[in-house]
Write a protein that binds this ligand. Sequence first.
Ligand code: LLP
Length: 507
Amino acid sequence: MIGVQETSSSAAFKNPAAGSTASPLAPEWLAVPADLNALHTPVWAGGVERNAGGELAIDGIPVSNLKEQFGTPLFVMSESDFRARARAFKDAFDEAFADICGGVDVYYAGKSFLCTAVATWVAEEGLRLDTCSGGELAVAARAGIDGANLSLHGNNKSDAEINRALDMNLGRIVVDSLDELERVAKIASGRGETAKVMLRLTPGVHAHTHEFIATAHEDQKFGLSMAGDTTDEAGLSAAEEAVAAATSYDSVELLGLHCHIGSQIFEPDGFALAAQKLLTFLAAVQAKYSITLPELDLGGGYGIAYTPVDTPRPAADIAQAMAAVVRSKCSELGITAPRISIEPGRAIVGSSTFTLYEVGTLKTVRVDAPADGDGAAGENTAKNVTHPRRYVSVDGGMSDNARPVLYDADYSAILASRTSAAAPQLSRVVGKHCESGDIVVRDVYLPEDVAAGDLLAVPGTGAYCWALSSNYNYLARPGVVAVRNGAPRLIVRGETEEDLLNRDMGA
Ligand code: LLP
């Protein structure tokens, strides 16, 4: 999304067999690549390319070298790419909002991927850190992040987490409910302190990828609804009640409002509508209580490319579109713009990383073409089996990438250890778990000579993959290696069998 070049293809490795006819089993969006050996760069981190021998390399380090040093599966992250995207977000939003509120505070959403090294890079690049649990606060503390640059989210914060936030002097606790507001106020008051609080509102805007919908009510666990409550005598919404309560507590400093409308969003319309709704609410609160709410957080959710059909907008475009909306709404409402903040996670870390797997078992099944041509699995009947689909098993799976299973997420994959001149074959990359839904890449064209021992790379796995990883089937979670200036460094070590048995208390 940021700082990426156009599709690169080294002529030396052009696959002459590619560009052939699509499989009827493939989904409509999946084209047969013109060159199977080429990297479609928007899904890859900067610095990833094929080396002179045709092997995938990052900053010049061949993947076989990484496998030798660190094993597979392995998350391979470009530190330079992460830093560049973090900085690009900060710069683009600072520039777009300079005349509105003097710049933007960018909170990296740690839930997408967090470890001490990453928290340190975030701070070094001038960003803040958004956490959503005591554990994430512990990482931030270990990285030495100043509490003033931290926020704490969560719809069910424990008293211990609230106390920890106060211990660390957090810049903001994003309060999610009336119940929590009362608890925060009580805990802070018991400590003789004041908690700095934002209220998370649900503006009735849901966004998902290309679309957003605006609804009157919010049927979800997060946030304070802005819709009027018909059961409340005064007809107040939960958001209005929360403002009334927050302004009444001595132990609470109400900094402002927050919303987050979804994730993997490409168009700015949803962000714009949410910003307009929150600004209107903010202006009404300021007028009613004669106070100033100095901050407004518009959340994260900026989409990235997972496959060649995803075309995310550059950060600068989104920043400018959002700035235009904030500028005009504030002038319409006659208010001074609050300081804006945002919370991107995926858009910073997602494309910085690929997962390296080793290929194991291969098999080809023949499947009926689906009647509606949508690429859904056809019936495998004996009398009408026509089209091949190759299952390529790798040494990880849903334990290191749960997103295909959880969200039907699509990924791409490439033969990484070498190039190939073989014909493209519709393939499904699957893991090694005891579960038929254990799919890593549902549909991808790979060269038909892919064989056991080859290395595959799946790009775009920086966000919500390691973070969501599990030990299902007692698989060890992979390590994360960060590469910068041609040097690989393990930033999270992979688990060992000993780690797996460590918490088992024995018979
Ligand atoms: N701020 C808040 C309050 C959030 O809840 C989230 C994500 C973010 C920021 C960061 O959103 P991002 O910029 O990364 O899209 N596991 C799902 C995504 C869950 C998102 C949860 N909240 C996935 O893998 O697609």
